[in-house]
Design a protein around this ligand. Sequence first.
Ligand SMILES: [Zn+2]
Length: 240
Amino acid sequence: MNRRIALQMLSAAASCALAGHAGQVWAQARKIKPGPTSVLLVIDVQNCFIAGGTLAVPHGEDVAPIINRIAPAFQNVVLTQDWHPAGHASFASSHPGSKPFETIQLAYGEQILWPDHCVQGTADAALDRDLNIPQAELIVRKGFHRDIDSYSAFKEADRSTATGLEGYLHERGIKRVFAAGLATDFCVAWTALDARAAGFETYVIEDACRAIDLHGSLAAAWEHMTQQGVQRIRSTDIAL
Ligand SMILES: [Zn+2]
């Protein structure tokens, strides 16, 4: 190899290395960096919704490691727990002749009936033991009124009873909400829609959620969320 060709090859290699570095910098710059006014909402990552639970979401146990990986990027983390009294109105067993996954009318409207799940104080209602977010500052429990279900972390299913989370986040100066957990098409979607309605910039971290997908509910939930301005992102979009 003569000297000129060798120099050209060196020069080309240096350009590639520079371009690669610039690409990395650019990719990093495009990532979302949660600041002091962002919160990660970890929705219902509980034993009842993972393998072995009373209302297991398919692959629900896969979300804890993903959420654990991104949680340190957040200065604020709030967890929720579905937290029902025995005999709750959302349980099929509370309505003689009804079966899980049927729909009935309650005082506030249509309600899907579920198997008994997340009963207060049981191991089934405890947080997934693989969830490792010691810095989480608040746990919001929802669905504790016997006659009202609550998918959303903000407002219960009668659409008027507040959980108090909106007031907490506003008082803490939070502007951006990032939602992850279970299940995408129910508690995560309702939470994200209510976050938008309350004026928060809202993101759902898709791969940090798993869905139930009952009668097309997952596609419907994404369509509704997108219409309302919820941003659909992946855990790799967050700067760690
Ligand atoms: Zn429930």
